[in-house]
Write a protein that binds this ligand. Sequence first.
Ligand code: BG6
Length: 476
Amino acid sequence: MAFKENFLWGGAVAAHQLEGGWNKGGKGPNVADVMTAGAHGVPREITDGVIEGQYYPNHEAIDFYGRYKEDIALFAEMGFKCFRTSISWARIFPNGDELEPNEEGLQFYDDMFDELLKHGIEPVITLSHFEMPYHLAKEYGGWRSRKVIDFFVRYATTVMERYKDKVKYWMTFNEINNQKNTANPLFSWTCSGVRFKEGENREEVMYQAVHHELVASALVVKAGRAINPDFEIGCMIAFVPIYPFSCNPDDMMLQVESMHDRWFFADVHCRGHYSSYALKEWERKGYDIKMEPEDAQILAEGTVDYIGLSYYMSDAVKSGVNEETGNKIVGSSASVKNPHVKASDWGWQIDPVGLRYSLNLLYERYELQLFIVENGFGAIDVKEEDGTCNDDYRIDYLRAHIQEMEKAIELDGVDLMGYTPWGCIDLVSFTTGEMKKRYGFIFVDRDNEGNGTLTRSKKKSFDWYKQVIATNGEQL
Ligand code: BG6
C-alpha cells in the first residue's frame, strides 16, 4: 500500500471563500471583502472600501458561517481525516492593530473545531489565506510596514494559544509566492495588502513586503513550538513547476532562472536564509531591502516542519519569447503553451505527471515532509433534471493525480503526509470571484450573481472520493 496508515485524506477551503458572514460576530472587513466579481479574462476590481451597490461575492459566499455543521457532517460522511481551512484574521482582530481579540470570533472557531473533532476530523489551519484586515492594508500599506509583523505575531499566537489542544497542523502564509507576479494587482493585494503606487519599483516593494512576511512566519514557527511542541507548522507554496520548452540549452537555462521564482520563498522557509541567486538579483538591480540585524537569526531559527503545496498545473518557458502576459497565475513573461497537455476552461494546464515531478523536486531539495494541501479541477458543472451532477472529468483529474502521488511515494520515496483537494465544497473562486468555477464533491446552489438557495447536494465524485479514502487510495 502506497499511502501510510495515518495519511491525511481530506479537503481544503479558505475562510473568505466560503464562510460569508463578512460583518457578523464582530468581524471587520478584510482585503477580500473589497474585491468584486470578475470572470475568465475579466479582472476582479479592488474597490476603495465597500461601495454600496457593488456585488462582492465573498460577503455571503456559501454561508459556511451559518451552515458549518451540515457541511462538516457531509465531510464526515466522505470519511475525511482532516479539513484544511483558514482562520479569518479580521474575525479575531477586526482592524488588525487592536491589543485584545474579539471573543465572538474566537468562539466561532472553537465551535467549528469542536464539530470537526466530534467527527474525528483533524483541523489543518492556514493563518493567513489572502485576507488580512482591510484596515491594515489601508492605514499601514499592508506588509510594506514592518509594524504588521507584530500585529500578525499577536494574532497568530492568540489563536495558537487558544486552540493548542484542538489544532496540531498549521501553515503560515497561503501561496506566499503568488505575489512574485507583480503585474497582476490581485496577487500583491491578497498576499500582502499592497497596492502599488505610480512610478515605484513594484518588485522592490514586493521583496520588502515578503521579507516582513518571512520574518513574521519564522517568529510564529518559533512561538508556536513554545506553545505546543507537538505542533507541526508548515509553509504553503503555489507550486507550478516550469519546464523548458525544449532541450535547447537556452530554454534549459531560462527554466533554471524561472524556477528561482518558485524556490525563492521555499528556500527561506525551509533553509532559513536567502539563497545566493536572490542576493545576486538584489545586488544587480540595486534593491535596498531593509532588514534589522536580528532578522538573519530569526529566519534561521524559524524554519518549517513541512511544506504545504498547491498543485494545479505546470508551465513551460521558451527562450526568445517575451510577451507581456501579466494576468496569468504563473506569471512568467516567457511562458508558452505546452503542446503535450490539455487545459481547463480557465486555461490551467492539466498535467498529473507534473505533480510527481514537483514532489520529487521539493523532496530532493529539502528532504522535508510534503503535504498537498490543494489540487483540483475547476469546471462548469451541470445539474441534471434528476438533480445529479455527473462530474466524471473531476474524478478523472483527481484519479490521475493520486496515481502520480502513489508513484512518488512508492518509486521515489517521497514522504507525503496528506492530500486535501481544493474546494471540497463549491465556493467562490479566488482569481475570478465566480461561483461557476466549481471544484467540489458537494454542489452548492448559488450562481455568479448571488442567486440560489445555497442548498447542498452530492456530486458523483462524492461517493468516488469516499471510496478512495475508505480504501486508503487502493480503489481509484
Ligand atoms: C489557489 C488558492 O490559488 O488556488 C485558492 O490558494 C484558490 O484560494 C485556488 O481558490 C483555486 O483558484 P481559483 O481561482 O480557481 O479559485
